[in-house]
Design a protein around this ligand. Structure first.
Ligand SMILES: [Zn+2]
Length: 157
């Protein structure tokens, strides 16, 4: 018996349900396009997903689920281009500055910017205290975790 046919699995066999892109604007954005079927699934089944509940407990806030408004944790998914009849709805996640310099001295290098002859790792050699916005980072991570779980395996709730 000979194999005379090659079986190919491509986009025709598995429909594209989402895509990710990057917008080099200021501030930069992650662009996520989601097809209508997984969005409908998400809307109807979000309450069943344990990962959503776990993330809500960890962050102490609710996963917002009105897809026509900013949604996800803290409303980080913002409606972008919603053309009538388009197969995907697009949303952006703004990547804001994560570190902000304060006027306080860095407590690790006492404001010198150096430790043991090298640039201080805590202030990057600036000598001033850096504040880091973990809330937003945690919201983005948790929102993508919930979306990833649901879009990857929409029937496994
Ligand atoms: Zn320092």
């Amino acid at each position: 018996m000979s194999e005379d046919r090659i079986v190919s699995l491509d986009h025709e066999n598995s429909p594209e349900w989402f895509y990710l892109d990057f917008l080099p604007v200021d501030p930069p954005c992650i662009l996520i396009g989601i097809a209508h079927p997984p969005l409908r699934w998400l809307k109807e089944n979000l309450a069943k997903y344990r990962i959503r509940e776990m993330c809500e407990k960890r962050l102490g806030e609710e996963f917002l689920a009105d897809y026509h408004q900013p949604w996800g944790f803290g409303g980080i998914l913002v409606p972008y281009k919603h053309k009538p009849g388009a197969p995907f709805l697009e949303y952006t996640i703004t990547i804001p500055p994560f570190e902000t310099l304060t006027e306080q001295k860095c407590s690790e290098c006492k404001g010198r910017g150096k430790r043991d002859g090298m640039n201080c790792l805590y202030c990057d050699g600036v000598g001033k205290k850096m504040e880091r916005d973990w809330t937003r980072v945690n919201r983005v991570a948790a929102t993508l975790m919930v979306l990833g779980a649901i879009i990857d395996k929409p029937l496994m709730a």
